[in-house]
Design a protein around this ligand. Structure first.
Ligand SMILES: NC(=O)c1ccc[n+]([C@@H]2O[C@H](COP(=O)([O-])OP(=O)(O)OC[C@H]3O[C@@H](n4cnc5c(N)ncnc54)[C@H](O)[C@@H]3O)[C@@H](O)[C@H]2O)c1
Length: 313
């Protein structure tokens, strides 16, 4: 029922925020024709800023043959945006009423064999597709920011989604240069976001209790687990850390430590004081650097890591 994922030549990217703009840059760099839908033509410059910023890194990573910014069309007409698109990536604001309204429209105007993926970070597809007349081809394709650099896309359908659409999205993203991960069940959040949330809660507890500053927390991560995590996730890091006995040694020897009160995963009270400590701490780390400079610096370094990993594969 769905076309061969490798036959897709045009993608529609809906939204001009960091995520919609980031997806637009990614698909252009992979050699697709892209139609970007922006809700208001006044957002055109903001969209192009994101695309142009992304293009610097994408060029450093290597563009696909034929990839060009000239293959981008921008429109504020939703019907034109989806015309001839073989795949739709929706990155509208994170509001259920807006997403549901959009899927109601898309459900009517997009042919039923075109998969529509939502970038949502926190909603379920079951909720988003509730008023869509053709929900079978709707899935979540959740990226990591910036979507033009970080390979992960977490995929899951809703109650009315056809499993074949989930499989198709997996195959299409893989063909389009992403690292897709199909989730086993629809739950609040995704694999990587839930792991990130656990880290985030513990960080907030330490700042709230005066045990560490935001700078201490980021230094601990950057100089500790982060470089290793680019190569090994939490599971393999512990497996390899325990010598030939691997994870079995880890669990048999250190299992009781799991019960020690090392983490406080209940969310801390988000008091004004905690809020201010976090905000002030991050502002201190940023100093007088502008957000754009920090984003460009981050991208340049991620490109270096990705290129280094590719060269040493
Ligand atoms: N920002 C992140 O770090 C991040 C990461 C992963 C996923 N996401 C998800 O991606 C999606 C987009 O995030 P963002 O940060 O780019 O959002 P954003 O709010 O900055 O941008 C949303 C864009 O949607 C468009 N829009 C506005 N009103 C609309 C409407 N009524 N119908 C259709 N489009 C409309 C506009 O072009 C706007 O720029 C959200 O669902 C968000 O949860 C965000």
């Amino acid at each position: 029922m769905y076309p061969d994922p490798s036959s897709i030549t045009r993608v529609a990217s809906l939204g001009a925020g960091p995520i919609g703009g980031g997806w637009t840059a990614h698909f252009l760099a992979r050699g697709y024709d892209v139609t970007a839908y922006i809700h208001d033509m006044a957002e055109r410059d903001a969209l192009m800023d994101i695309v142009n910023t992304g293009w610097i890194s994408l060029t450093a990573l290597g563009l696909a043959e034929g990839a060009s910014l000239d293959r981008l069309t921008i429109t504020d007409d939703i019907e034109k945006a989806v015309e001839d698109a073989g795949f739709i990536q929706e990155s509208a604001p994170e509001r259920l009423d807006i997403k549901q309204g959009l899927y109601e429209t898309l459900g009517r105007i997009v042919p039923a064999d075109v998969v529509i993926a939502s970038s949502t970070s926190g909603m379920t597809m079951t909720d988003i597709q509730a008023t869509c007349a053709t929900p079978e081809r709707t899935v979540i394709g959740h990226p990591f920011n910036p979507p033009y650099l970080l390979p992960l896309v977490e995929i899951i359908g809703g109650k009315k989604t056809d499993p074949a659409a989930v499989q198709w999205a997996n195959d299409f993203y893989a063909h389009a240069g992403k690292a897709p991960l199909v989730m086993k069940k629809e739950i609040p959040g995704f694999v990587a976001t839930r792991l990130q949330e656990a880290l985030w809660r513990e960080a907030l507890h330490m700042v709230a209790n005066g045990e560490a500053t935001p700078e201490d927390i980021d230094n601990a991560l950057i100089n500790g687990p982060a470089p290793r995590m680019a190569v090994q996730g939490q599971c393999m890091a512990f497996h390899v850390a325990c010598g030939a006995g691997g994870m079995a040694t880890n669990l048999d020897q250190f299992g009781p430590a799991l019960k020690w009160p090392w983490t406080r995963l209940e969310a801390p009270e988000l008091t004004q004081e905690l809020r201010d400590r976090m905000v002030n701490g991050c502002n201190e780390i940023a100093g007088d650097r502008h957000f754009t400079d920090m984003a460009v610096d981050r991208d340049r370094k991620i490109v270096a890591i990705l290129n280094a990993l590719r060269d040493s594969a």
